[in-house]
Design a protein around this ligand. Structure first.
Ligand code: GLU
Length: 485
């Protein structure tokens, strides 16, 4: 008995480089990648750049950069459609020869006129098949005159076309609704439908996993597969991503380019986890999933039909969870970048003070909103010239008694040896008792003086982290706040 080896799963991400990698594209790429990785298959990257005027090398670079940031490595490609145009022309010629396509000599002006007339009469325009009915002689005459012509697909007679979408189930479209679509335009330029099918065939794609905006394209593409007498791949269309106002996610909702999220301080693993939940769930309530978890649990069956909503609060929450759970080693290069961006990076953080740099990250990480926050909310750990939050100073430094108490506290810390969590706390509480003030008054004031902020890690940990000298120096700055009242 012989058994067929299981067919290799081959999926592709096929962006058009007419913009950067946006959230929707990244989600499509991620789902394709997860599916390939889950099955040990191949993930192919194909750049659909046949629209030369709207495509650019810069956008291609931007797309690759976004994919690399998200860790979506591809096994084959990138292939560029602009380099394969001859293949598409040959395929169109093949279809004309086999009777599945025909030359169309209708001029753009004629088509425009007919379309406008339809619009005026409030009917949907569909190419009426004028040139489909030309006799062999008429075609020969047109060719002899060298008239410009497009190639159109000859939609076969028939009732309706049915296919099974792995997400949306059975989809049925009447042939009458499908027009004889263009394969090559009158400038001999291939259209999307032709090039996508030729490529998916040649690249032996087994599963077309792409955005739901392509559902309406699928019947035409299936007709093409049939005309080529080729095996039809499986289709899985991913639900749309909406903004919080339930309109399709677009520039109107703010940032949609993936690398902009990197620049805002999101961790790629958090962003990837977030994208995975846009239209898919593992079937229980698990939300935090490592890449390995995602690969293991991902399946096309669990993709939702209903639209996904881009919830930035959830993204922020995930980002905080991931930052808090990351090792200092993982975060260090990213925090370094953030500090460099604010001119706060110092070579000693990678030299004598490396340990200090790492332990500062560990102390701060569970409270950071983003990677950039290390250089913002956390900047007092990396520079003495840190920003002091005005509201925090107003609230916590306003008690006039502090002008005397804080210098006293600084004095006592200066002579304190060893300077530890326990000893520093003892000193502070003893002073509060002695002066009959609440320890909280000293704690809150000290925190603002040491970090510029009203909230942050436990105070005594901050003091030990900064060390005795820095702590006392910063406490002495109370004199600069005398105008606060
Ligand atoms: N190039 C198309 C796009 O960017 C995708 C084509 C496809 O996945 O079939 O929308």
């Amino acid at each position: 008995m012989s058994s067929m080896p299981p067919k290799e799963i081959r999926v592709r991400f096929a962006p058009s480089p007419t913009g950067y990698l946006h959230v929707g594209g990244a989600r499509t790429a991620l789902f394709d990648w997860l599916y390939a990785r889950h099955h040990g298959g191949k993930f192919i990257l194909r750049i659909e750049d046949t629209d030369v005027e709207r495509s650019s090398q810069e956008m291609v670079e931007g797309i690759l950069e976004g994919m690399r940031w998200l860790g979506l490595d591809w096994d084959e490609g990138p292939f560029f459609q602009s380099q394969r145009v001859d293949r598409y022309r040959a395929a169109a010629a093949e279809l004309v020869k086999s009777g599945h396509a025909y030359y169309c000599y209708c001029t753009p002006e004629q088509l425009k006129e007919r379309r406008e007339l339809a619009q005026k009469e409030k009917r949907n325009y569909k190419y009426e098949g004028t040139c489909r009915r030309l006799s062999t002689e008429q075609v020969a005459a047109n060719e002899a005159q060298g008239r410009p012509r497009a190639v159109r697909f000859k939609v076969p007679e028939g009732e309706s076309l049915q296919y099974h979408d792995l997400v949306f189930g059975t989809i049925e479209v009447a042939h009458a609704q499908i027009e004889d679509f263009v394969l090559l335009n009158s400038k001999n330029h291939p259209t999307y439908h032709l090039s996508v099918v030729v490529d998916d065939l040649e690249m032996r794609i087994t599963h077309v996993v792409r955005g739901a905006d392509h559902v309406s394209n699928t019947p035409k593409q299936i007709l093409l597969y049939r005309a080529f007498e080729a095996e039809i791949p499986e289709f899985a269309h991913l639900p749309l991503i909406l903004g919080p106002d339930k309109a399709k996610l677009s520039k109107r909702h703010g940032t949609t380019s993936v690398t902009a999220y990197r620049d805002m301080g999101y961790l790629p693993e958090a962003f990837r986890n977030f994208l995975a939940l846009l239209g898919w769930s593992p079937g229980d309530n698990t939300e935090i999933m490592s890449t390995d978890d995602l690969i293991e649990r991902f399946s096309l069956e669990k993709i939702n039909q209903s639209n996904a909503v881009f919830d930035v609060q959830k993204l922020d929450w995930l980002n905080r969870q991931y930052i808090g759970a990351s090792t200092a080693e993982r975060l260090a290069p990213l925090v370094r970048k953030a500090l460099e961006g604010k001119n706060l990076w110092r070579a000693e953080f990678d030299g004598d003070r490396k340990e200090y740099f790492y332990s500062s990250i560990d102390l701060l990480k569970s409270r950071m909103h983003s990677i950039n926050d290390f250089a913002e909310g956390g900047q007092a750990f990396f520079t003495d010239l840190f920003f002091v939050d005005e509201a925090a100073a107003k609230k916590n430094l306003k008690d006039p008694a502090l002008k005397e108490l804080i210098p006293l506290l600084a004095d006592r810390f200066r002579g304190l040896d060893p300077f530890t969590l326990e000893s520093s706390e003892q000193v502070l509480r003893a002073l509060a008792d002695e002066k009959q003030v609440k320890a909280g008054l000293l704690i809150n004031a000290t925190r603002v003086l040491l970090t510029g902020r009203a909230v942050g890690p436990p105070l005594f940990h901050i003091m030990i982290q900064l060390g005795r000298d820095r702590t006392t120096e910063r406490l002495e700055r109370i004199s600069q706040f005398t105008t606060v009242n």
